[in-house]
Ligand binder design. Structure first.
Ligand code: CU
Length: 176
């Protein structure tokens, strides 16, 4: 479904771009009096237009090539521990809740009902990592806990009346 939506979006974007280029190509040049100045202005506008397009393409290519979220596809390293986790209204179900400091832990997140936000906190206010837990999808989140301690898991997506009760604890023991 997602792939179909993506393909349709690409096709529609191509159609819009083609219509746009066709209109640009067919647009008439200014004529009449004041022609020389207007022509120069239009020439500059044309050049600037293509310059902006080229700059936009180059900047997009340079900045979007690397996926900015760790733990996806080619950037993902092989984890030491995999923990399957499921969000429910209104609790977290973790396959295991104890790991060792220094291990690369991969959470495989999904949801049994609605969207939840799986967020791992160190202390009260430091967000360590987060991703969405979505029904029908498995989202992978890789985390390397460097410091031992208790890490609290909270829900970052308002998912219903007892959303605030969605708490779990990941215990990170000192590494061996
Ligand atoms: Cu929630």
């Amino acid at each position: 479904m997602q792939n179909l939506a993506w393909a349709l979006s690409l096709i529609l974007m191509a159609v819009v771009a083609a219509v746009f280029l066709w209109v640009v190509k067919g647009a008439s040049r200014p004529g009449g009096d004041g022609g020389a100045i207007a022509r120069t202005a239009f020439q500059w506008r044309d050049r600037l237009f293509w310059l902006v397009i080229a700059a936009g393409a180059a900047i997009s290519f340079a900045t979007l090539r690397e996926w900015p979220i760790a733990g996806h596809a080619a950037t993902a390293a092989k984890p030491d521990v995999v923990i399957r986790a499921t969000g429910h209204q209104f609790r977290w179900q973790l396959e295991r809740d104890t790991v060792r400091a220094g291990q690369l832990v991969e959470f495989e997140l999904t949801s049994a009902d609605v969207n939840h936000g799986f967020a791992i906190y160190k202390d009260k206010n430091t967000l360590v990592a987060q991703t969405q837990a979505m029904p029908g999808y498995v989202n992978k989140l890789q985390v390397r806990f460097t410091e031992p301690g208790d890490y609290e898991v909270l829900c970052l997506e308002y998912c219903g009346i007892a959303h605030h009760n969605m708490r779990a604890v990941i215990k990170v023991r000192a590494g061996s």
